[in-house]
Design a protein around this ligand. Structure first.
Ligand code: ZN
Ligand code: ZN
Length: 145
């Protein structure tokens, strides 16, 4: 195990965030429901409570319990695609490795990929999806559940 594995905190690449200019091309790719400049600025892995905190450029700090995040993995293998059922559903029982977050990788300017303890790292969670699944009291109240 290298020293990176011991890192509990990470900043999103500043160069990528600084490069977020508002070209037409980029605007076309942004989710319409989010402000154009909304992006994660840093994240923190709370190993004790097994949850991920993400700080956002609008000041919000979103909360994502590891297991709920893993269950929500949008990759083809977990969620399925083209009408095919995926390997993960509400009843899936995960191993501890599958729900232990190893690190978070920024994907382009629109999403992040969690790297899990079992090596799974194919799910790209868009910023919009992350904000829509934030488990903080404020966001849950706003969604009415
Ligand atoms: Zn997956
Ligand atoms: Zn929230």
């Amino acid at each position: 195990m290298n020293t990176d594995a011991l890192r509990h905190e990470g900043n999103m690449c500043p160069a990528m965030l600084a490069a977020r200019t508002s070209s037409l091309c980029e605007q076309a790719m942004r989710p319409l429901s989010l402000p154009n400049d909304l992006a994660p600025t840093s994240y923190l892995m709370d190993e004790e409570n097994r949850q991920l905190f993400i700080s956002w450029s609008d000041g919000h700090e979103s909360v994502h319990p590891y297991e709920a995040l893993r269950r929500d993995c949008p990759c083809a293998w977990c969620a399925g695609e083209g009408g095919q059922k995926g390997s993960v559903d509400e009843q899936t029982v995960f191993t501890p490795e599958q729900t232990t977050l190893y690190e978070l990788q920024l994907v382009g300017r629109y999403g992040v990929t969690p790297v899990w303890g079992d090596g799974h790292h194919t799910g790209i969670y868009t910023f919009e999806r992350l904000r829509a699944t934030c488990a903080c009291a404020e966001c849950r109240a706003a969604r009415g559940k």
